[in-house]
Design a binder for this molecule. Sequence first.
Ligand SMILES: NC(=O)c1ccc[n+]([C@@H]2O[C@H](COP(=O)([O-])OP(=O)(O)OC[C@H]3O[C@@H](n4cnc5c(N)ncnc54)[C@H](O)[C@@H]3O)[C@@H](O)[C@H]2O)c1
Length: 254
Amino acid sequence: MAGIGGAFAGKAVLITGGATGIGRASALAFAAAGASVMIGDIDDRAGETVSLIRTEGGAAEFVRADVTDPAAMDALVAACVARFGRLDAAFNNAGVLPPQRPFHEIPPDEFALAIDVDLKGVWFAMQSEVRHFLRVGGGVIVNTASVGGLIADPNMAAYVAAKHAVIGVTKAAAIEYAQRGIRVNAIAPGFVVTPMTQHWADSAEFRAAFFAGNISGRAAQPEEIAGTVLHLCSDAASFVNGATFAIDGGQTAH
Ligand SMILES: NC(=O)c1ccc[n+]([C@@H]2O[C@H](COP(=O)([O-])OP(=O)(O)OC[C@H]3O[C@@H](n4cnc5c(N)ncnc54)[C@H](O)[C@@H]3O)[C@@H](O)[C@H]2O)c1
C-alpha cells in the first residue's frame, strides 16, 4: 500500500465480508500495513484470506459470523478483542446483490435480502462496534455503500434503497459520536470485478452498455478500493467524518 507503510502496526481491524472481493483485498492491505485482522463472514473462503495473510507473516483470524444476526456481531467484536487485545477500526463491507428486475417485479424475499444484509448487516455491526468504541474511548468505522447509494441504476431498487440507507446511517452515527472519539465514513465503489459482479464482467453486452456511459472505460480491481478504506481508517483522515467517498472512476461525476 503506497503511502500507508506500517500505519496500522499494533492495531487491530475488523472486516465483515472478507472472504472474497473488496473485503479480501482490504484485509490483505491492512495486514501489509501492520494490522492484525479479524474477519467475520459466512463464507469459509475467509479462511483462505487468513492463510494469505499468515503466509506473509501477518496476524489474522476468521470467525463465522452472519451480519444479519446482532448477537453474532457482538461475538465478532468480542472475538477480535479476545484474540488481539483491541479493536481500532472496523470495515463493514459484507453485502449481497439481489437479481436485477424492474421495481414492480421484485419479490418480497429479494427486497428482504437486500435490506437484511446490506442495511441491517451494517447497522448491527456498527451498533456492536460503537458500543465497544464508547467503552474504550474511540475508534473508526468505514461502511461499504455503493454508487447505488448515491444514484440509482435501473433494475436494482432494493439494493439502491439499502445502499442509500447505509449512507444515511453513516451520517447519523457520525454526528452522534463525533465528540466521543468515533469517526464513521462510507465508501461508494463503482463497478469492481469481484465474485458479486463476475457475471457483469463476463457479459460482453453488459460491458458494452456500461462502459459506453462510463468515463473510466473500465471496471476497478478490488485492490483499487482498499487504499481509500485504509486512508479513512488512518490518522491521516482524522478530520474526515460522516463523509462518503465515491471510488468510481468518475462515474458519478459525469
Ligand atoms: N463489486 C462491485 O462492483 C461493488 C460496487 C459497489 C459496492 N459493492 C459492495 O462491496 C461490498 C463487497 O462486495 P464485493 O463486490 O467484494 O463482493 P463479494 O461477493 O466478493 O463479497 C461480499 C462478501 O460479503 C459476504 N457476505 C454476504 N452475506 C453475508 C452475511 N449475511 N454475513 C456475513 N458475510 C456475508 C460474502 O460471503 C463475501 O465475502 C458489498 O457490500 C457490495 O455491495 C460492490
